[in-house]
Design a protein around this ligand. Structure first.
Ligand SMILES: Cc1cc2nc3c(=O)[nH]c(=O)nc-3n(C[C@H](O)[C@H](O)[C@H](O)COP(=O)(O)OP(=O)(O)OC[C@H]3O[C@@H](n4cnc5c(N)ncnc54)[C@H](O)[C@@H]3O)c2cc1C
Length: 397
């Protein structure tokens, strides 16, 4: 196995997550996929093992140290090897807590983070609306100041953890006339009057993850729940994605590794023409390509996670986007190839492999589609080149 120079603490976190994935998640993954129920018993096991604390700062009940992103990546990858949907109960809470971790006041962190770190409460992040997906600046959910409260009206869709989580970081418009500069993030607790949930989505994959609509109707939220200042909502959301996209990438790596392991096992046991199908070069090369892709994605994701953790003042946008996009595309290709290795059996629900392909697809879609990641990567790439040319021209003057 390649040495990624993990610390002893990181190895311990990874091994703990791996043992829960093997002993608790894998045996129930197919059943949760079938029923679409939320995996509360597993969430409790993760909480008992203190795994929700790995992404929360030490001062607020966590053990993140200076390794928050890497810890989150390692746990997400291990859980995703066994089930990409169940893994999201963990990763979705990290996503929901990130706006508080990155932009919250000390008072907000003290109020909300210890319960998230202990796994007593899950968090969720709410940006998307029916008319505003990739074009997030088009959100309309309004928060109007009324004395010492904000009054929220609007609808969010497809919110991971919706209905199950208790702490929601919601991106709203506090001054629609200013466009993205008029947006803010507000923390809304479940059970706040005027805050209800719409239908639970019936999804292609990651079916153990709850995806629901959030509905705000004259929902009064204390003004002290505003994260940062009014108008900083999009900055907080973008910083959140910078830190969370390596988590989606880790989900993709875990799903792909899980599928690769199953494919190799199958190829050495399935016999055709009197030999294991793993003896045929045409299939061996498919497995070799799958393994190369998984390892290349893992290396990029770990390097990005380390960069995010060790450069808190830098914007890691380009690397986070590369990780998410590369690993998501890789997972789709590797899981599709894994189904191919299983032949007709791969197409059948009786076998575990088709679930990996269904679970992989979402990693190309959420937290910004892979088209949007390519937009961001190319914008930064070209912008840096243009700036470099301008600097060189200035120096020549
Ligand atoms: C299971 C699931 C869970 C989710 N969880 C959450 C969550 O927890 N919180 C949350 O806020 N949101 C969540 N989302 C929403 C998700 O982030 C959005 O679906 C995603 O950002 C894409 O938006 P859209 O679906 O409206 O697609 P659209 O924006 O309508 O895009 C449609 C197509 O057009 C392409 N496209 C759009 N704009 C461009 C462009 N400029 N250049 C090139 N191509 C473009 C897209 O790539 C896509 O292929 C979730 C979605 C799903 C399916």
């Amino acid at each position: 196995m390649l040495d990624y120079f993990l610390t002893d603490e990181q190895c311990a976190i990874r091994d703990l997550a791996r043992s829960i994935a093997d002993n608790e998640v894998r045996p129930v993954a197919a059943e949760y996929d079938r029923t679409g129920e939320f995996p509360w018993p597993i969430v409790r096991k993760l909480a008992e093992a203190d795994l929700f604390s790995v992404f929360v700062d030490d001062a607020y009940g966590g053990v993140a140290g200076d390794s928050r992103t890497m810890n989150m990546v390692l746990v997400t990858e291990e859980l995703s090897k066994a089930c990409g949907g169940i893994a999201l109960a963990f990763a979705g809470s990290a996503l929901g807590a990130l706006p508080i971790i990155l932009g919250g006041s000390d008072e907000q962190k003290r109020r909300f983070l210890p319960a998230v770190a202990s796994g007593q409460r899950l968090a969720a992040f709410a940006l998307t609306e029916p008319q505003a997906g990739s074009d997030a600046a088009g959100i309309r959910t309004a928060a109007v100041r009324d004395g010492d409260h904000y009054v929220l009206n609007g609808t969010k869709i497809w919110i991971t953890g919706g209905g199950e989580a208790e702490v929601y970081t919601v991106v709203v418009m506090t001054n629609p006339a200013k466009g993205p500069r008029g947006s803010s993030v507000i923390i809304v607790e479940k059970d706040t009057p005027g805050f209800t949930f719409g239908k639970k989505e019936d999804k292609m994959g990651i079916r153990a993850s709850a995806t629901r609509e959030l509905i705000f109707e004259d929902c009064r939220v204390p003004a002290e729940n505003l994260i940062g200042r009014e108008g900083t909502g999009f900055i907080t959301a973008m910083r959140t994605f910078d830190a969370s996209r390596p988590g989606v990438a880790a989900q993709a790596v875990g799903i792909a590794q899980g599928a690769l392991d199953l494919a190799v096992d199958y190829a050495i046991t399935r016999r055709q023409f009197g030999s294991p199908v793993s003896s045929f070069q045409g299939l061996r090369f498919v497995l070799a390509d799958m393994a190369m892709r998984v390892e290349a994605a893992r290396a990029l994701v770990y390097a990005t996670a380390r960069y995010v953790d060790s450069n808190p003042r830098e914007r890691p946008t380009i690397y986070s986007a590369m990780s998410k996009c590369f690993a998501g595309d890789m997972a789709m290709q590797v899981t599709t190839d894994a189904v191919q290795v299983f032949g007709g059996y791969g197409y059948m629900r009786d076998y575990p492999i088709e679930k990996y392909m269904r679970d992989a697809k979402i990693t190309q879609i959420y937290e910004g589609t892979n088209q949007i990641q390519r937009e961001e990567i190319s914008k930064i790439l070209i912008g840096e080149h243009v700036a470099g040319h301008a600097r060189a021209a200035h120096e020549r003057l």
